[in-house]
Design a protein around this ligand. Structure first.
Ligand code: ADP
Length: 268
């Protein structure tokens, strides 16, 4: 009897291990697929602007005395080059976060203060949209990297400007619930269909390619934002907006003593 129960235990342990292994292999396979797709996308996204640039260069060579063509070429080459530069920057940033996430400078951050600073920074650009900060956080503190938070909210606010309607509004709302700080960035713009709520966070995904391109978009902003949020124990979702427009909701755990205990004590 003793033997058989011992064997049974071993078998169930082995089964558990096998399950874990299968899960790990599946995860690796998934990653591989994702990586393949990513490389395919990068190749495609780089080819498009390069083709435009090369086509214009050829045209200029053929019709070098057409001033209108020069103007047109200058504008388009500049636009495509800017997009390429932005894309390279964002791809490098994405790759860096994936490999070196431990380099974040985690510290206590007063959320209300940083939101006020960021709204101030973008106020002129958002002037048309009556950017409003609606916060009932008095001194809520989270454990985060200030530079990452800046990237996250400047990206979200930039999108709220880019995809807004001419007389649209932007509201940033924040509150504490369930030991987390919640921050919602809402606009009254063209909106994102809710069935795309997962897809918009994938690299290179754009709902409306033309509108995105018009503003030098790359489809990498939200993928970057999601990585940065999740690196700081945060969550990010597209949620339903009252009326029309887009609302992106981000949350971070409130700071507790455990955050400091769990990290290296280099301040003492
Ligand atoms: P992009 O550089 O194209 O703006 P993002 O990764 O920031 O890329 O966003 C992905 C796509 O999600 C955008 O191309 C756009 O279609 C959509 N999107 C993002 N934010 C908004 C918003 N506030 N309102 C409407 N659409 C948005």
């Amino acid at each position: 009897y003793y033997m058989s129960s011992e064997i049974e235990k071993n078998i169930s342990t082995m089964e558990e291990e096998q399950e874990k292994l299968e899960l790990a292999v599946n995860k690796l396979r998934g990653l591989d697929e994702q990586q393949k797709q990513f490389i395919g996308n990068v190749t495609h996204e780089f080819k498009t602007p390069l083709t435009v640039i090369m086509a214009y260069l050829e045209l200029i060579e053929m019709y070098s005395d057409d001033p209108e063509l020069w103007e047109d070429a200058k504008e388009n080459i500049q636009k495509e080059t800017n997009r390429l530069v932005k894309m390279v920057e964002k791809i490098l940033h994405l790759a860096t976060i994936e490999k070196y996430d431990f380099e974040s400078q985690m510290e206590q951050v007063e959320v209300k203060k940083i939101l006020e600073e960021l709204c101030e920074r973008i106020r002129i650009k958002a002037q048309k949209y009556g950017l409003r900060l609606d916060t009932d956080l008095e001194s809520a503190v989270i454990w985060a990297d200030q530079e990452n938070l800046t990237h996250i909210f400047i990206n979200l606010l930039d999108n709220a400007i880019k995809y807004n309607e001419p007389h649209g509004k932007i509201v940033v709302k924040s509150y504490v619930d369930h030991q987390r700080v919640w921050i919602q960035v809402s606009d009254t713009g063209i909106g994102i269909p809710l069935e795309m709520k997962e897809k918009v966070f994938e690299p290179f995904y754009t709902v409306n390619k033309d509108r995105s391109k018009e503003f030098g978009g790359t489809g990498l902003g939200l993928a970057l934002v999601k990585k940065l949020v999740e690196n700081q124990a945060g969550t990010i979702h597209l949620i339903e907006t009252e009326g029309k427009g887009t609302t992106i909701c981000v949350s971070f755990p409130l700071y507790t003593d455990e955050h400091v205990q769990g990290s290296i004590h280099d301040e003492s």
